[in-house]
Ligand binder design. Structure first.
Ligand code: SF4
Length: 387
């Protein structure tokens, strides 16, 4: 597998990655704010037709990676996902060894689909585990068990997957330092190549938001969240993972190439309901209305949605914010070549304040979060957007 560092930025006629949104789930989790719907065979079939129609009409750019997110993409049959892989390969000239990721829910039905997914060209799975602790899975509304996750990882290896990622959530109601450590240890013991650990966020309009409004004490406070994050950093370092992005850890050579394109601020193309694209400085987001998306895609007319042109300071601030998420930070020389902005001069006041606060460091030609800065990353990154 090529390392991330060996991949140059996307050229003008290329996008770093193609994202395909498959929005159906076997059930709906109470904290989730993604564009998703409970599985419905008729709607899912129409949606697949709409996706293929959008694909056929999409600009024929070259792409390097493909990512199926959701929703739970694996609610579709492997041959349906394989059909999309083939269509994307043809339309966007994916390299033969391109990273092709599918998000998967580790429910028992997944095991029977793994071989078909691998044969369909998928070479990386991002598995939504969230926790290995039964009480936490229950409160998160997840229906799988720790044993189901083990069966999926074993089945994935047997099917030929050499690149597996698990998602974990910290800050779940009822979670303790000990139970979080147990989940981390269980994930490490499975020998996966990549882990994403996200702090639980309360999204407006979800059942969790209602619960939080009623009983905020049921949720982890800031200090417990910080302790859980610190434990992840320490434990995963011991286990040989690189902490290469605020929420992501990888064994050497297994960083997510698709997500790296986002953090480099490279162009990308999103297909499907609610999907976002970024090309030529324009960020466009498709409607989150399922019927409106399908109607437009099938009729061959532009998908409704929103777009904004990012220019000047907004574009530079966004690029800095994304790069600061990574362990390499902002390469100030490369930034100057690409955006024509001397970061150290343009943001001198912000940088001086953040360095004095111990959350940002300047090393060689780079600008990086310190270990402490990773705990307040949103505030640090936000300072560049606000300036
Ligand atoms: S499975 Fe994932 S996308 Fe579906 S409702 Fe749960 S968290 Fe949301």
């Amino acid at each position: 597998m090529r390392t991330l560092e060996a991949i140059p930025p996307a050229g003008a006629d290329a996008v770093a990655g193609v994202y395909v949104h498959l929005p159906f789930c076997p059930y709906i989790c109470p904290y989730c704010d993604f564009a998703k719907w409970a599985w419905d065979a008729a709607r899912a079939a129409r949606y697949l037709d709409a996706l293929h129609a959008e694909l056929r009409a999409a600009p024929a750019v070259r792409a390097r990676t493909l990512f199926f997110g959701g929703g739970t993409p694996t609610t579709y049959r492997p041959e349906q996902i394989g059909g999309l892989v083939a269509a994307v390969r043809e339309r966007f000239a994916l390299p033969a060894d391109a990273e092709i990721t599918v998000e998967a829910n580790p429910d028992p039905p997944l095991v029977a689909k793994l071989r078909g997914l691998r044969e369909g060209g998928v070479n990386r799975l991002s598995i939504g585990v969230q926790s290995f602790v039964a009480d936490e899975l229950h409160v998160l509304g997840r229906r799988h068990t720790a044993a189901d996750v083990e069966a999926v990882v074993r089945g994935a290896r047997e099917a030929g997957f050499a690149n597996l990622s698990l998602d974990l959530i910290f800050g779940a109601p009822g979670q303790s330092e000990a139970s979080w450590a147990a989940s981390l240890d269980a994930a490490i013991a499975l020998g996966v190549e990549h882990l994403s650990c996200y702090g639980l966020t309360i999204e407006a309009g979800t059942p969790y938001a209602t619960w939080f409004a009623r009983d905020p004490a049921a949720f982890a406070g800031e200090s417990l969240e910080a302790e859980l994050y610190a434990r992840a950093i320490a434990r995963l370092r011991e286990a040989g993972f690189e902490h290469y992005e605020i929420s992501n850890w990888a064994k050497p050579g297994f960083r997510s190439q698709h997500n790296a394109g986002y953090w480099r601020n490279d162009p990308y193309l999103g297909l499907g309901v609610g999907a976002a694209s970024y090309r030529a400085g324009v960020r466009a987001t498709h409607t989150r209305e399922l019927a409106a998306y399908c109607d437009a895609a099938l009729a061959g007319v532009p998908i409704p949605g929103e777009s904004e042109q990012l220019e000047g300071a907004a574009r530079a601030g966004e690029a800095i914010m994304l790069a600061l998420r990574t362990s390499e930070g902002v390469d100030t020389m490369a930034f100057r070549e690409r955006y024509g902005i001397n970061v150290r001069e343009r943001y001198r006041g912000v940088i001086d304040d953040l360095v004095a606060a111990g959350v940002l460091e300047t090393a060689g030609g780079a600008l990086r979060l310190t270990e402490r800065g990773r705990f307040v990353a949103n505030d640090v990154c936000g300072a560049f957007l606000a300036d």
